[in-house]
Design a protein around this ligand. Structure first.
Ligand SMILES: C[S@@+](CC[C@H](N)C(=O)[O-])C[C@H]1O[C@@H](n2cnc3c(N)ncnc32)[C@H](O)[C@@H]1O
Length: 212
């Protein structure tokens, strides 16, 4: 894997409640909360390049029905993955599995998909446009029919989000929500529903290469 940003230090950006990241986190958490309210019974959640998992973990910590939610977090950085494990432990959540793995490899998802809620937050801006398309085209393999997927992509370096939205539609998703902010990194986030059929996991593919 190429040398990436220091993603332990990167997490400090969440300390500023006015940062673009904090804006994004609040949106993700609100949508996760609404999704869980809308889905009775067991729910499977998968987060791709999950960081310390504060989005889903902090939502579950505040709910009294967290024990119906199974979470798999895929995170490559061993220290960040440990922070996610620690966060889940402190929150008292024993249905959070943190996989220290390369989420670009489809084999990393074995046994965790198809899921009901899929998080693709903080990755589509860190790969080539071609990899963005490859990743979106593979997302039906991660989703149960009717699943909801949350994605994000900042628009400060370039803005391909209309294309991203069209590609999700072409892959079988219907857009439920899209929100954008003109704060420094021009963050944007979308909520999609998967309306296609089950697609088996093709376990031998690389979807993307993180470049920063
Ligand atoms: C921009 S952060 C986003 C983290 C989290 N989703 C959030 O919104 O806070 C990207 C994360 O992806 C992780 N990462 C980078 N390449 C990865 C890969 N190939 N597989 C799994 N995780 C990866 C990094 O270590 C980092 O924690």
């Amino acid at each position: 894997m190429a040398a990436l940003r220091d993603y332990v230090q990167w997490l400090d950006r969440y300390d500023d409640p006015d940062s673009p990241l904090s804006w994004r986190l609040r949106k993700v958490q609100q949508w996760l909360h609404d999704e869980l309210d809308a889905r009775p019974g067991p729910v499977d959640v998968v987060s791709v390049c999950a960081g310390d998992g504060r989005d889903i973990i902090d939502v579950l910590r505040a709910r009294d029905d967290a024990d119906r939610v199974n979470v798999v977090l895929l995170e490559a950085h061993p220290d960040v993955a440990d922070l996610a494990r620690q966060r889940a432990r402190v929150a008292g959540l024993d249905r959070v599995e943190v996989r220290t793995c390369d989420a670009a490899l489809t084999s990393s998802y074995a046994g965790a998909v198809p899921a009901d809620i899929v998080l693709l937050v903080g990755l589509l801006g860190n790969m080539s446009h071609e990899d963005v398309s490859t990743t979106i085209a593979a997302t039906p393999q991660l989703c149960r029919p009717g699943a909801r997927l949350i994605w994000s992509r900042g628009r400060d370096l370039d803005d391909i989000n209309d294309r991203v939205r069209r590609e999700f539609t072409a892959a079988g998703f219907t857009e439920q929500q899209y929100a954008a902010s003109d704060q420094r990194t021009r963050p944007a986030i979308g909520l999609m529903q998967y309306d296609g059929t089950t697609v088996p996991l093709d376990q031998n593919r690389r979807l993307f290469t993180f470049f920063r």
